[in-house]
Design a protein around this ligand. Structure first.
Ligand code: GDP
Ligand code: MG
Length: 175
């Protein structure tokens, strides 16, 4: 994070099991695009997005694991300097919800500062095959001190809100 007069640059990371929709949440937010068959490339990628808060331009670098998580080895460089995180699971797959604790632990291990965290239950369009209830999501978020939201990168539901709540929280943490 850099703060130079009226300029802000925040780093936000997206974590969670493979195929929960991390890359699509990012492309939906940053470019309003969705890919039904997104192929994960190896390496680290980020997109920069701007938002105005209190008349100030807030730039956010949003990092996507780009497939590293399949090898259970997201590097410490990925987490370095992050002040915000979206911890994502897929509401239609319980195993991805059970992994949330492990992702939070990894995040906490790598961060040396206050991190604004949002628990994100993605694919809420798949109501007919829901495997994790809203209450389960809420309870976990409350117990761990995270914000909570359900999203759909497919239908765009709550995607913008999820990122903006995190960015506004980061901003309020430093101002
Ligand atoms: P990542 O591995 O976490 O980056 O997940 P991806 O963004 O690559 O998405 C994995 C698969 O889930 C892809 O086939 C996406 O099209 C699909 N997907 C992602 N988000 C949603 C969503 O909100 N709803 C539905 N139904 N499918 C989604
Ligand atoms: Mg991905």
């Amino acid at each position: 994070m850099e703060e130079d007069g009226e300029e802000y640059l925040f780093k936000v990371v997206i974590i969670g099991d493979s195929a929960v929709g991390k890359s699509n949440l990012l492309t939906r937010y940053a470019r309003n695009e969705f890919n039904a068959n997104s192929k994960a490339t190896i390496g680290v990628e980020f997109q920069t997005h701007s938002l105005e808060i209190d008349g100030k331009e807030i730039k956010t670098q949003i990092w996507d694991t780009a497939g590293q998580e399949r090898f259970r080895a997201v590097t410490s460089a990925y987490y370095r300097g992050a002040v915000g995180a979206l911890v994502v699971y897929d509401i239609s797959r319980s195993t991805t919800f059970e992994s949330v604790h492990r992702w939070l632990h990894e995040l906490n291990t790598h961060s040396d500062t206050t991190v604004a965290k949002m628990l994100v239950g993605n694919k809420c369009d798949l109501e007919n095959i829901r495997a994790v209830s809203i209450d389960e999501g809420k309870s976990l978020a409350e117990a761990e001190g995270l914000f909570f939201i359900e999203t759909s990168a497919l239908s765009s539901t709550n995607v913008k809100t999820a990122f903006e709540i995190v960015i506004k929280e980061i901003y309020s943490n430093i101002s």
